[in-house]
Design a protein around this ligand. Sequence first.
Ligand SMILES: Nc1ncnc2c1ncn2[C@@H]1O[C@H](COP(=O)(O)OP(=O)(O)OP(=O)(O)O)[C@@H](O)[C@H]1O
Length: 366
Amino acid sequence: MKKVSVHCRNVRLSYGRTEVLKDVNLDIEPGEFFALLGPSGSGKSTLLRLIAGFNPHQHGQLLVDGKDVTGLPPWERNIGMVFQNYALWPHMTVWDNVAFGLVERRVEKAALRQRVGAALETVGLSAYGQRRPNQLSGGQQQRVALARTIVIEPQVLLLDEPLSNLDKTLRVQMRQELLALQRRLGITTIFVTHDQEEAMTTADRMAVLDKGVVQQVGTPAALYDHPVNTFVAGFVGTMNLLPGRVRDRRGDALTLDVDGVGDLHIPGAAGVADAPAADALTVSFRPHSLRVDAADAVRDARYVWMPGIVEASEFLGEFTRYRVRVGAHSLAADQPHHAGLSKFPVGGAVSLGLEPSQVRLFAQTG
Ligand SMILES: Nc1ncnc2c1ncn2[C@@H]1O[C@H](COP(=O)(O)OP(=O)(O)OP(=O)(O)O)[C@@H](O)[C@H]1O
């Protein structure tokens, strides 16, 4: 199958006075597995439905394989969409559900039989053709919905929260299956999710949306390592954010008055050298950039130390995630697990050591 690109150019959409999509520009490469990630109400589904042709077109352009499909009805776009609730026909067998799109397109009988059989085989449901949807598990229903969409051989596959109806274990298994299937078919796929882990583990690249604005586009690793703003930093992975004001700035050393914490002196941090020249800055760092030590331990001078109180701890096998109250803030700190290492009890005083080179600074906006 030919792999095609998808381009959104200056796409805008409003419902009444509410602007739901604000000048969206996206370039999706042929054969990519692309995620639209964002919180509830950020406009992900609206954008997906617009690409499918289900939403009225208001402003901007949509190109599939370089061709302008703006304004074309859904059935002329050669785009397949799997809905969140699967939308299977309850009174039809699995076979008839999958065959439906081909019957509508008046595909002749022998070709139809061959294509439905192949689609069911692709999703591992050859033996289930005569069942009805209510005789299937959630994961199997999800596969029927996929088979029903890929059988029409769309150039682009759109998936709206495809795994959200499944329990956690099945979701993890199905996302790998989905990715393997997408790789096998080579079909350009755009999927919507609010689950950052789902996007990070599967997507080639992703776009993070907030309030109808694309905040950043890139590989999961690029967004994790180099978020452009505090929204992306906080939405992709876990990020500690401490807002403060610049007190002193000398060379690559910075002293910040952090709200509720007091002065934080950050020497020689890579992040300080290219810090925005704003008065109000937000200090950000990942949980693994903090080390937890006993309150009375000798302090290693390579770290910036802050006193705190343990609020909670979660043992996650390879590491323990501590929640530590520092001034008015609750910081996440991940400590690698070594057998026999003493745990810091909830309610106890600790010292948090921050690696200066892991700090990233953002100008405060708004
Ligand atoms: N048909 C509609 N009429 C009016 N407002 C709408 C309509 N559809 C969506 N909206 C609004 O547009 C905004 C974006 O909705 P959308 O469903 O695209 O968000 P989302 O990011 O997919 O959220 P979720 O993850 O909750 O599905 C929301 O504020 C929603 O209330």
